[in-house]
Design a protein around this ligand. Structure first.
Ligand SMILES: Cc1ncc(COP(=O)(O)O)c(C=O)c1O
Length: 403
């Protein structure tokens, strides 16, 4: 049977590796298992989500357009304008935005659009997709399945977890088709500042690659709101050239199961993406577009969600703050804890304390120069629960680590 052997590269899926690590281990009987390995927000959604779904139930029998509805696009664009203080007229919602059934699929599919096939390779050189290390596994999968070479750029405590894409050298930059940057980042919760974002956009324009800003954590922050790629584009020249930004309701609105997000970019690229997605992409059903529009139109619930996470991180700081290796990330909802040996600690926490976390090594790849896995010392802990469970989980982790 013919098969695309690139699929073999996807078997290092982090949650599959975690299942393998924990195979045969059982948490202690009588302790409630606390699942802190997954970034799945546990807060309830505002009541208007269910109400809007009910009001729109007559539309479940309709095929939605891959372009969504005007109401959805206007609400999403309205949020972008408010959140990033964009100048009036910068966005034409019908031309700049496409809804997505969650951003994961779109982030993955973008590589199929942007990475040239062998017939278009320049001087026979394989295209490159750059991403941080640690990374989001989907970026790597997208690169590999589109025929590009994934190149991992270190994002470690030494460089404040910000990959130095400028430093990879001209040879790689000339082969680069796509860069993925998660900002604020998963897993470290770092925020790239305006200068960093502006330099990355300038780099993309100089070398004519697409830079994907994965901004699904942009509304989960503790201090000042993180800058977004669009406001940087506004400050440069108002054009979205070489930029695609992805936004999601999964984190901002605790709606992981709704599968709802969107991408924003310049009209030509959005048209191409629409063609690709019309051909082989899932569309967002009309009732979900209506509920999503209501969520993008409402900032009050996002503010409450943000306060909840802020309280959890204060709690984490009180309980773990005097441990070396602890830092309170300015954004996101993960603790990225340097525990020395992430795999051992993950196994121990599950076997002894019924707390499931995930080794940092599973989000990272051995460094090309040193051979070291930059995530090996870490575990990632998702602080996504209601207060009681989060507190219980942190207590058990603190007990184990002796924090
Ligand atoms: C870095 C990053 N990007 C994108 C996503 C995709 O989110 P969704 O498909 O739910 O919008 C996630 C979800 O965990 C993520 O962590």
């Amino acid at each position: 049977m013919m098969k695309n052997s690139r699929i073999n590269h996807l078997y290092d899926y982090p949650f599959q590796k975690l299942a393998t690590l924990l195979e045969g281990t059982v948490p202690p009987a009588g302790l409630k298992p606390l699942l802190m390995h997954l970034g799945e927000p546990q807060l309830p959604q505002p009541a208007f989500v269910a109400e809007t779904l009910a009001e729109n139930q007559q539309f479940w029998n309709r095929y939605p357009s891959a372009r969504g509805t005007a109401a959805f696009r206007d609400a999403a664009a309205g949020w972008l304008m408010r959140r990033f203080n964009l100048p009036a007229g910068m966005l034409e919602p019908a031309r700049n935005l496409l809804p997505l059934p969650g951003t994961k699929e779109g982030i993955y599919q973008l590589a199929q659009l942007v990475v040239p096939g062998p017939e278009d390779w320049i001087d026979g050189a394989q295209p490159v997709v750059l991403m941080s290390n640690p990374t989001y596994h989907v970026y790597k999968g997208a690169a590999v399945m589109s025929g590009a070479e994934p190149v991992y750029v270190p994002a470690t405590a030494q460089n404040n977890f910000l990959p130095d894409f400028e430093g990879v050298g001209e040879d790689l930059l000339n082969r680069t088709a796509l860069v993925y940057l998660c900002n604020p980042s998963n897993p470290q919760g770092t925020i790239a500042d305006r200068d960093y974002l502006a330099r990355l956009i300038a780099l993309a324009r100089r070398h004519d690659f697409i830079v994907t800003f994965d901004e699904c954590y942009t509304d989960i922050y503790r201090g000042d709101p993180p800058a977004g790629s669009l406001e940087i584009c506004a400050a440069i020249d108002g054009s979205l050239k070489n930029v695609m930004a992805f936004h999601s309701l999964s984190k901002r609105s605790s709606g992981a199961g709704m599968r709802s997000g969107f991408v924003v970019g310049e009209p030509d690229l959005i048209d191409d993406f629409y063609m690709l997605r019309s051909t082989g992409g899932a569309v967002v059903p009309l009732p979900l577009l209506a509920a999503s529009a209501a969520l993008w139109g409402d900032d009050a619930h996002a503010e409450q969600t943000r306060s909840h996470y802020a309280a959890l991180f204060e709690l984490a700081e009180r309980m773990l703050g005097n441990r070396t290796g602890f830092y309170k990330p300015p954004a996101g909802f993960f603790l990225w804890l340097d525990v020395g040996d992430g795999e051992t600690v993950t196994r121990d926490l599950w076997e002894r304390h019924a707390v499931k976390t995930i080794p940092g090594a599973y989000f990272s790849y051995p460094d090309a120069l040193s051979g070291e896995n930059p995530g090996a010392r870490y575990i990632r802990v998702a602080l996504v629960h209601e207060l009681e469970d989060a507190e219980e989980g942190l207590t058990r982790i603190a007990d184990y680590l002796g924090g």
